[in-house]
Ligand binder design. Structure first.
Ligand SMILES: Cc1cc2nc3c(=O)[nH]c(=O)nc-3n(C[C@H](O)[C@H](O)[C@H](O)COP(=O)(O)OP(=O)(O)OC[C@H]3O[C@@H](n4cnc5c(N)ncnc54)[C@H](O)[C@@H]3O)c2cc1C
Ligand code: SF4
Ligand code: SF4
Length: 426
């Protein structure tokens, strides 16, 4: 009694879990993926300081792992909740990992011998992983998972593992948790760029998304940090970013701004220029939104580095004999420009996590028209929901950057903590 359940272990959920546990309340942190960390673990640097994303996140992930009052449940989702504030009964379903979590020491010998390579979701599809794998080098927990769908049962990993940690059979488990309050921090999903067919994503090899670029720029990513065309491996001479792909677009019923794409494009444009100063980098935009602390200065720094900001949106990206071609009307000068990019980066918008509707139904909490969770007040209380004892944090309620996600994780933690203390004192 009096524990708190935090659902979703991105930066918002991690912050909420740490803040609650640091105040003496036991937290169950439920994460669907095999490692905690969320999207921040995929990023290279963070704007506007260009700090290494993992260098900030990894110590927090380690703090979560070591915290005596935090129990991490990975490969897990909430199936059902019953009860009310102070006395929720939470049913958690834990998916099979096919690896004994208490036996595996994360040595990775099994990964080395596995002959199967498949699409790597963590690298946004740019790299491959094995059928038995760790999501990334700093995974928490630092153990492997066997992807039973792609495993061919060759048996090599069973033979090499000296700890007998790998299982041929495994099954779902149900865990029941008695909780006083719940924080939902299930984050976001990026817009599927395939639905804007005019930009040629997954048709033209050198059209990539901003998340794919994050993995490409990352020195521990699939290209070792080298920015290359996927078609021929060449260093791109001209990189064009197209902003607001899947944001501020009534034709696809996504009228809202995704909040981080302008700044992430500026960040990645700066990083490209730092790596390859001769590359011509152009950002095609409707408006540049650099609203946060130090953001406008960051934008000015990018301009000072020679990054070109072109106010105008291309209608399409087409293949031509020499690569790609696009036309853009500069709305400030009415000049029509013809660009020949070597690499096109689609700055994809942020939408609600896939299962947000299902969770809202299960938890009996309302959604915004945009599909994100609806807090009681957008101005003065962005973490409380209409259902007492259930709070929302981070990008689960709206697109946000990392500082705002951390702040809302802390805010939700405080509300959940108060419920827990009240439960204990009655
Ligand atoms: C290309 C790109 C670059 C960016 N660069 C920056 C930057 O430089 N600086 C910056 O401030 N921001 C940046 N952002 C934004 C940043 O990624 C977010 O602000 C931050 O990651 C949000 O954290 P979160 O915890 O709210 O969500 P997430 O990171 O999405 O975490 C949510 C977690 O919940 C889990 N989950 C989802 N559903 C369930 C479920 N049903 N049960 C259990 N677990 C579940 C997910 O697996 C995930 O681990 C960038 C975004 C993009 C797309
Ligand atoms: S399963 Fe065995 S071989 Fe593989 S990482 Fe764990 S301990 Fe090492
Ligand atoms: S048994 Fe499966 S996971 Fe293990 S090495 Fe063979 S293919 Fe890979």
């Amino acid at each position: 009694m009096g524990d708190v359940v935090v659902i979703g272990a991105g930066i918002a959920g991690i912050q909420a879990a740490l803040d609650i546990a640091d105040h003496g309340i036991h937290v169950h942190l439920i994460e669907r993926e095999p490692s905690i960390g969320g999207h921040m673990a995929q990023l290279d640097k963070t704007f506007p300081t260009n700090d290494c994303s993992m260098c900030i996140l990894s110590p927090k992930m380690t703090d979560v792992k070591r915290h005596p009052l935090i129990t991490i449940h990975t490969c897990a989702e909430v199936e059902k909740i019953e009860g009310e504030v102070g006395h929720f009964l939470v049913t958690v379903k834990k998916y099979p990992r096919y690896v004994d979590e208490s036996a595996c020491n994360g040595c990775g010998d099994c990964v080395l011998v596995c002959p199967v390579e498949v699409y790597n979701r963590f690298d946004a599809g740019l790299g491959v992983r094995k059928a038995i794998y760790k999501p990334h080098p700093q995974s928490v927990p630092d153990i492997v998972i066997k992807d039973q769908e792609h495993c061919i049962e060759c048996g090599l990993c069973y033979d090499v593992c000296g700890l007998d940690a790998i299982k041929r059979k495994d099954e779902e488990k149900i865990i029941m948790i008695d909780a006083s309050s719940i924080v939902i921090s299930t984050g976001y999903t990026i817009f599927d760029a395939c639905s804007k067919t005019q930009f040629g994503y997954q048709v033209l090899p050198d059209v990539i998304t901003s998340l794919e670029l994050e993995r490409m720029i990352n020195s521990s990513g699939p290209t070792g940090g080298k920015i290359r065309r996927l078609s021929d491996g060449a260093v791109p001479k001209t990189v064009v970013f197209i902003q607001c792909v899947g944001s501020r677009d009534m034709t696809i019923n996504r009228p809202y701004c995704s909040c981080v794409c302008c700044m992430q494009a500026i960040k990645n444009a700066i990083l490209i220029k730092e790596k390859n100063p001769k590359t011509d980098v152009i950002i095609c935009y409707m408006d540049i939104r650099s609203y946060g602390k130090g953001y406008e200065e960051y934008y000015e720094r990018a301009k000072g580095m020679g990054i070109r900001f072109l106010r105008g949106m291309p209608s399409d990206v087409l293949a031509d004999r020499n690569g790609m071609i696009m036309q853009v009307e500069n709305s400030e000068t009415s000049e029509v420009l013809v660009l020949h990019p070597d690499l096109v980066v689609l700055s994809v918008g942020i939408g609600p996590a896939e299962n947000t509707g299902q969770i809202a139904e299960r938890f009996k909490i309302p959604l915004e028209e945009t599909g994100f969770f609806k807090p009681v007040h957008d101005a003065v209380d962005t973490v409380t929901t209409l259902r007492p004892g259930i709070y929302v944090a981070g990008t689960a309620t709206a697109p946000r950057d990392i500082p705002d996600s951390v702040a809302s994780g802390g805010s939700a933690a405080m509300r959940a903590y108060i419920d827990a203390v009240r439960t204990r004192s009655v």
